[in-house]
Design a protein around this ligand. Structure first.
Ligand code: IMP
Length: 431
């Protein structure tokens, strides 16, 4: 039986929600393995819109096990309110359908406060443009060995010790930033209040998933953000604080690398980015405006306008390699309908030299200019196409050229937010 990892292959917002939902019908378990409620996954099912941040997309499908793995950082209050909202939409969530790894680090209010205080204090050029949800500070505490983790909620004494350890560090930081010190008792009271609900979902996820695998169950690993926001391979420091690339799926739930059978990269037919940082193919002209309007490019978490640009095949080659993509799901092709000419970045020019990848050093990145290949566009609508036969010849040529340039085949083609508007080429779950 195949286990599939879905990762965003650009800067996030590639349309993972729909693809994960589409695949989750074939899966038994859907597991989040990194990130937190900085993610915003929108699912449209039979015209009904579900907005998820921390919950795996599988929760809206009955009969599946949804898992939050240890690679995630979890805001317990946000999760409880997200569960309540989703329940109001008629979705059933129980400890049998949702499990949270006991070793998942928690995002506390102090993390969000620190995230926002740092962003507010940052000068131009150092601001990251985070979602302000405390993701970075929570991961810092994880590697700093001072996190409060889900399992710590079960015992008051342990919880107090863990909170005190975290506060030693945070109060020192807050004094430096001119923020009031933390009200320890109030924080502990809030944690103790939320503990029973969170603990009702707590489980040794590593064990459950390894047993599921042995029993031949199909696991879908649901990535958040995108590979270009990866802490190691993204456009550092303008990245998120987790590993986003596919290898993280194994460590983020407690399975071996052999548990991954197929890596599916989600790729938008053009490029977008929210927040600060390099973006070689960014368009600051009417074409960029048009992509943003046609693609409804506004962040689901922060409502910020996304920056838009042409497809960057050079960057895609990188992310296909670092995640070991077996195939891609190409999304939002219909947003390109009506452009007379389309451009694809195939390499960069660095001081007259052609580079087929984006160099790591920031000052070299800043000097790189995209080398474009032009392709004729198409005037017909591709929205809602469900077979290749329904696509204009130039749209097919564009897709084929993308495959060639990134050296990875298209497994799925998505032509609208509706789940049925999908062309299947290769089933990632096929044995
Ligand atoms: P953080 O993850 O909130 O620390 O934000 C770091 C960077 O990642 C910022 O540029 C955010 O805009 C970006 N980011 C975080 N989550 C997402 C996402 O789900 N989609 C797109 N960008 C994201």
């Amino acid at each position: 039986m195949a286990n599939v990892v879905v990762v965003g292959a650009q800067w996030g917002d590639e349309g993972k929600g729909k693809i994960v939902d589409w695949l989750s019908e074939r899966a038994d378990v859907i597991a989040r393995f990194q990130g937190g409620h900085n993610a915003g996954h929108t699912l449209v099912i039979d015209g009904k819109v579900y907005k998820l941040n921390a919950l795996p997309s599988g929760v809206v499908r009955g009969g599946k096990l949804s898992v939050i793995g240890n690679g995630v950082v979890l805001d317990p209050w946000h999760l409880v309110s997200e569960i309540a909202k989703i329940r109001e939409q008629g979705v059933e969530i129980t400890p049998e359908t949702l499990m949270i790894a006991e070793n998942t680090p928690l995002i506390l209010p102090i993390h969000g406060e620190l995230d926002r205080a740092r962003e507010d204090a940052a000068s131009k050029g150092t601001k990251i443009g985070t979602t302000g949800r405390g993701i970075g500070p929570a991961y810092e505490d994880k590697v700093g060995r001072r996190s409060v983790r889900v399992a710590d909620l079960a015992d008051d004494k342990t919880l107090e010790t863990r909170v005190d350890r975290a506060l030693e560090h945070h109060n020192a930081l807050r004094r430096g930033l001119g923020i009031d010190e933390v009200d320890r008792d109030a924080l502990l009271a809030r944690l103790k209040e939320i503990a029973p609900e969170i603990l009702s979902y707590a489980a040794p996820v590593w064990k459950v998933l390894n047993e599921k695998r042995k029993a031949g169950k199909r696991i879908l690993f649901e990535g958040a953000q995108g590979a270009l926001l990866d802490i190691d391979f993204g456009t550092y420091p303008f990245v998120t604080s987790s590993n986003v690339i596919a290898g993280q799926a194994a460590t983020g739930v407690g399975m071996g690398p052999g548990a991954i059978d197929f890596v599916l990269g989600i790729v938008k037919a053009y490029t977008t980015r929210v927040g600060e940082g390099p973006f070689p193919t960014e368009l600051l002209d009417d074409d960029g405006q048009r992509l943003g309007e046609r693609g409804h490019e506004f962040g689901t978490v922060t409502g910020r306008k996304r920056r838009c640009g042409w497809f960057d095949a050079a960057l895609l080659r990188q992310t296909c390699a670092t995640s070991g993509m077996n195939g891609i799901a190409l999304t939002k092709l219909d947003v390109l309908d009506g452009f007379e000419t389309l451009k694809i970045c195939v390499a960069y020019d660095l001081d007259g030299e052609r580079l087929d990848y984006l160099p790591t050093a920031a000052e070299l990145q800043a000097r790189c200019t995209p080398i474009y290949e032009e392709m004729p566009g198409w005037s017909e609508s591709t929205e809602g196409a469900r077979s290749w036969a329904e696509l204009p010849a130039n749209a097919i040529k564009y897709v084929r050229r993308v495959e060639e340039l990134i050296d990875c085949p298209v497994a799925l083609l998505s032509t609208s937010p509706e789940r049925e508007d999908t062309i299947l080429v290769t089933d990632p779950f096929a044995d």
